[in-house]
Design a protein around this ligand. Structure first.
Ligand code: ADP
Ligand code: ADP
Length: 220
């Protein structure tokens, strides 16, 4: 059974009289332990695809399943349960609560998912080059630090499926390698990992490259 399976995903947006087809029949399967990089120009549908895969957005057509359980056409509480149980996510909008410190954000994720231990927080942050920032509020972090803190939240519960939107934007090369190492590590311990990225360094470490153009997968 694949970790994540999407068949014939369609997503339309209406803006004024125009209709945008953000996804046009996307099929994608991710196995446990697989590390895939999702590439595509701005507006090609990457964020929409991630949101549909994670059950944050409901596609207009098609089915998403996680570990054999259907995510699409479920009530919001059921989708929330599936997200908490199976997914770690770093979305472009970020995933930190602004009024909570980095540590409190991570603890909250551990509580919601019922997995991970508070004594792992230090190691998690250190591994992402965030030593000393556990008690910082998100508003005091740089863009790159906030993305890595968001990644720490996504990794905290050791999810079966990890979906990240540009986790290495705004960081230097050394820090990027650190982030890539953590992603690969998670994958080797059995997670299915899908990363939206423009980074050649990250794509070079992926098992698989998926290219999307105008809402359709053209490769991978
Ligand atoms: P990127 O190209 O960096 O992925 P986008 O500009 O495509 O970012 O999208 C950023 C956010 O704005 C997304 O959450 C997306 O859903 C939303 N968005 C994109 N295009 C529109 C639009 N035409 N109308 C309303 N929201 C949009
Ligand atoms: P990417 O992440 O690759 O930049 P998106 O998934 O954000 O692409 O967007 C795909 C297409 O859907 C774009 O044409 C974008 O303008 C449009 N779009 C995305 N979100 C919205 C929205 N909320 N309302 C209207 N159009 C949107």
């Amino acid at each position: 059974m694949p970790a994540l399976e999407a068949t014939e995903l369609y997503r339309f947006y209406h803006s004024g009289d125009d209709e945008v087809m953000a996804l046009r029949g996307v099929a994608l399967t991710l196995d446990a332990g697989e590390f895939a990089a999702l590439r595509g120009p701005s507006g090609s549908g990457k964020s929409t695809l991630l949101a549909c895969l994670a059950g944050l957005d409901e596609p207009d057509g098609g089915v998403v399943s996680v570990l054999g359980e259907r995510v699409t056409r479920r009530s919001e509480p059921e989708r929330a349960r599936l997200r908490a149980r199976h997914f770690g996510m770093l979305m472009q909008s970020g995933n930190l609560f602004e009024h909570l410190t980095v540590r409190a954000n991570i603890r909250l994720q551990m509580e919601i998912s019922g997995r991970g231990r508070p004594d792992e927080i230090g190691g998690l942050l250190g591994g992402l080059g965030l030593d000393g920032l556990a008690d910082a509020l998100p508003s005091h972090l740089s863009g790159g630090e906030a993305a890595r803190a968001g990644l720490a939240v996504a990794l905290a519960a050791k999810p079966a499926i990890l979906l990240c939107d540009e986790p290495t934007a705004e960081v230097d090369e050394a820090t990027e390698q650190l982030v890539i190492d953590r992603l690969v590590e998670n994958c080797r311990s059995g997670a299915a990992v899908l990363i939206v990225t423009h980074s050649p360094a990250l794509a070079a470490r992926a098992d698989r490259i998926v290219d999307i153009r105008d809402g359709g997968i053209v490769h991978g």
